[in-house]
Write a protein that binds this ligand. Structure first.
Ligand code: 4AD
Ligand code: MG
Length: 478
């Protein structure tokens, strides 16, 4: 067996004197031909490997450069240096893989996030991305734990579908038809009869519609999978491929839905505060240094951990869209014409408005409910006023919209009328409407953008830095 090793994170917590310890990892640095800082991704802490002078061949030492992978065997001894309790006094070192120093782009110095994005295949070996992706992992695990504890069924919804769940037309087509010589019918339209599925298909923008169907049997389900949107938004909060968690609950109304969403977000934050302390402390410090580069008046007052603790411990603010617009129209920012986008009842709030509400006005996450029906999806339940729908967005500091959800329109006639108005193909969606024909019930759900949640928890400002291989307009490398 090759892999008989101690993880570096564990080795650093073992008592001095432990012998016959094998570690493997990638060399971060070699100092004075004697001290190797070794990392295996189990944490940001490196294990210092001490090479006794004269014990190792010069030729071997020459090959140990930043990036080289090695196996080291030896005894843990008390470390006289600062920063660690123990170090490994090596009796043997073996090179597993050489690293071409001339070409290896990661040097033991601070690289910009932009540069690291260009070498996303290597950035796992940096402290920042080590922390970010360990936190991402922990959040994913906490998602399942939250719903499992509450008896929800994890539902795998299809990636390839023939419907547009959001009705926004931002879909990537899926086809096996040739680009040249595309089969066409008499009217010159693409003939999908010859396509793989015999019809037009696309990558899913949301698992919600299928989730609703399953909730009409299990009462409580959630999905957690990739979703795809061909929206041409080149921002720090949009990806063309992102992961979404979508619970759907029968017998819930809008308030139940908001309660579930708030409990969920706070649970995730608490989980990471409890289980990922070291990585959060690293990210907290990283952010503090980044803040120092900003002009005084743009710096955030609270540190990352402080911010997370405050969000996890306080109730979110809850207001209606109508109240939100009133607050914004009455704000000094509006009066001083600081907003770029137009603002009136009926307008889709832009991120500058959302951020004003959470960062300046309430200074905590805000749940906005009851939006105008014109700016929301066809499936949302219509309110008595005839103007608004039972929608709910959660806005988070530094992020803006992190959750979008609603109570669903469970009344068949009202739903059909709205779909017709919005040109949603009723016949094609017979299966969706069946859920309203056969034992319909009030139900509600929401979608949490997983990457936006990871951004919020890690304090990373660009969404491209919280997913291993980001997909954005004009970018699908790796
Ligand atoms: O508000 P959205 O579009 O809602 C839905 O998809 C519903 N079907 C959810 C539901 O009710 N089941 O998206 C939900 C969340 C947003 O609040 C945002 O956090 C995230 O998904 N999101 C994106 N994240 C990254 N890149 C994008 N292009 C995103 N679009 C939405
Ligand atoms: Mg939304």
């Amino acid at each position: 067996m090759f892999n008989k090793r101690t993880k570096i994170r564990e080795a650093l917590r073992m008592p001095a004197g432990s012998s016959d310890i094998t570690v493997m990892g990638w060399v971060r640095t070699l100092r004075n031909n004697q001290f190797i800082a070794l990392n295996d991704g189990s944490s940001n802490e490196n294990l210092q490997i001490v090479l006794e002078l004269g014990l190792f061949d010069e030729k071997l030492l020459k090959k140990i450069t930043t990036g080289t992978s090695i196996r080291a065997v030896g005894k843990l001894v008390e470390s006289p240096g600062k920063g660690q309790l123990v170090e490994l006094k090596a009796s043997g070192v073996e090179i597993l893989g050489l690293c071409d120093t001339e070409k290896f782009p990661l040097q033991p110095k601070k690289h910009s996030l932009e540069f690291l994005r260009e070498i996303a295949h290597l950035r796992f070996r940096t402290n920042t991305f080590g922390s970010v992706f360990r936190v991402r992992h922990a959040l994913a695990f906490a998602v399942h734990q939250f719903f499992n504890e509450r008896g929800f069924v994890y539902l795998h919804t299809p990636i390839i579908t023939a419907s547009d769940a959001e009705g926004a037309g931002e879909m990537f087509k899926v086809t096996t038809l040739p680009f040249d010589n595309t089969p066409r019918d008499e009217q010159g339209l693409v003939n999908f009869k010859d396509d793989f599925f015999g019809r037009a298909t696309n990558l899913t923008v949301s698992g919600q519609l299928e989730g609703e169907l399953a909730s009409m049997g299990f009462s409580e389900i959630y999905t957690f999978g990739p979703t795809f949107r061909a929206e041409n938004s080149n921002t720090t909060r949009h990806l063309a491929e992102f992961w979404m968690i979508e619970p759907e609950v029968a017998f819930n109304d809008l308030e139940d839905n908001a309660n579930l969403a708030e409990a969920f977000v706070r649970y995730l934050i608490n989980y990471v505060l409890k289980n990922n302390r070291e990585d959060l402390e690293f990210l907290d410090q990283r952010l503090a240094e980044e803040e120092k580069q900003k002009p005084q008046n743009e710096r955030s007052e609270a540190g990352l951990i402080e911010k997370l603790e405050s969000v996890a411990s306080q109730d979110f603010e809850r207001i209606t869209y109508t109240q939100a617009i009133a607050i914004l129209l009455d704000s000094p920012a509006y009066k001083k014409k600081k907003f770029k986008y137009e603002l009136f009842w009926g307008a889709d709030m832009q991120s500058e408005h959302e951020r004003y509400l959470v960062e300046k006005h309430f200074k905590k996450p805000v749940i906005v409910t009851d939006y105008p029906k014109e700016i929301k999806a066809f499936y949302m339940r219509q309110n008595e006023d005839g103007k608004t729908v039972a929608a709910m967005d959660i806005l988070a500091p530094g992020i803006g919209e992190i959750v979008g959800g609603s109570q669903r329109e469970e009344r068949l006639d009202v739903l059909e009328a709205r779909m017709t108005e919005m040109h949603i193909p009723i016949e094609q969606m017979w299966w969706y409407l069946d859920s309203r024909r056969f034992g319909t019930v009030p139900h509600a759900g929401f979608g949490l953008g997983f990457e936006r949640m990871v951004q919020f928890v890690t304090g990373m400002t660009n969404i491209r830095d919280v997913i291993p291989f980001p997909r954005t307009p004009k970018n699908a490398e790796f």
